[in-house]
Design a protein around this ligand. Structure first.
Ligand code: 4NP
Length: 153
């Protein structure tokens, strides 16, 4: 079984959305996966996802309500086959904390989006509700691209 950790800054907007979207779409595709999410920062430890992320996800059929924010821990680098960062800051933070031998597991999540409309998932925290719709669009596309790649390998 492939294991995937989605990573953003706070683990309350983008990465919990990715966790819920990828979990549902992988299940629909019949792919057995272990899925989790975490933040590089520690501000929101134990918190529910942002209410705007919960609402936007629910409107598309994704349930984020069981997710609680946690920070990436050292054991994650060896445990997960893929650690998928939402933006370059998250990517560089992960690489700076991970052993060099495990750097090939750390990638930008949108590198799996075949459309490649954007390279990073923009942080929606300080913006309006349309930011959360954009996050969902990007995450759905990259999730399906990742599922195709995992099936092929
Ligand atoms: P996320 O969004 O990284 O997608 O969870 C953010 C959440 C909180 C903060 C920044 C980004 N913050 O500064 O508290």
């Amino acid at each position: 079984m492939v294991s995937v950790l989605f990573v953003c800054l706070g683990n309350i907007c983008r990465s919990p959305t990715a966790e819920a979207v990828f979990r549902k779409r992988a299940a629909q595709a019949g792919l057995a996966v272990e899925v989790d999410s975490a933040g590089t920062g520690a501000w929101h430890l134990g918190a529910l996802p942002d209410e705007r992320a919960i609402a936007a996800g629910l409107a598309r059929g994704y349930d984020l309500s069981a997710i609680r924010a946690r920070q990436v821990v050292a054991a994650d680098y060896g445990h997960f086959d893929l650690l998928l960062a939402m933006d370059h800051d998250n990517l560089e933070t992960l690489k700076s904390r991970a052993p060099k031998t495990l750097h090939d597991r750390i990638k930008l999540f949108l590198s799996f989006d075949p459309q490649q409309s954007l390279v990073v998932v923009p942080d929606p925290y300080y913006g309006g509700d349309d930011g959360f719709e954009k996050v969902l669009d990007l995450i759905e596309a990259a999730s399906d691209g990742l599922i195709v790649q995992l099936r092929a390998s």
